[in-house]
Write a protein of this length. Structure first.
Length: 69
């Protein structure tokens, strides 16, 4: 799940993630494993919902780090 103003176009991120076999959900649900937010400390509805569900929230740099593993 991607939220906020990213440094790259969202379509590029979605394409890169799909190429790695990862699905990008349009909203936060209990099935979401990770939220990538422009501001992980955001108080947006999506970020609050992710925290309520104990879903990890990372920024773009965190996503890049995870993908490099």
């Amino acid at each position: 799940m991607l939220t906020g103003e990213m440094s790259r176009p969202r379509d590029e991120w979605i394409g890169d993630l799909a190429a790695r076999g990862l699905a990008v959900w349009p909203g936060v649900t209990k099935k979401v494993r990770l939220v990538v937010a422009a501001d992980p400390d955001s108080q947006s509805g999506k970020a609050r919902k992710a925290r309520d569900y104990d879903i990890a929230i990372v920024d773009e740099a965190g996503l890049i780090s995870l993908l490099a593993r």
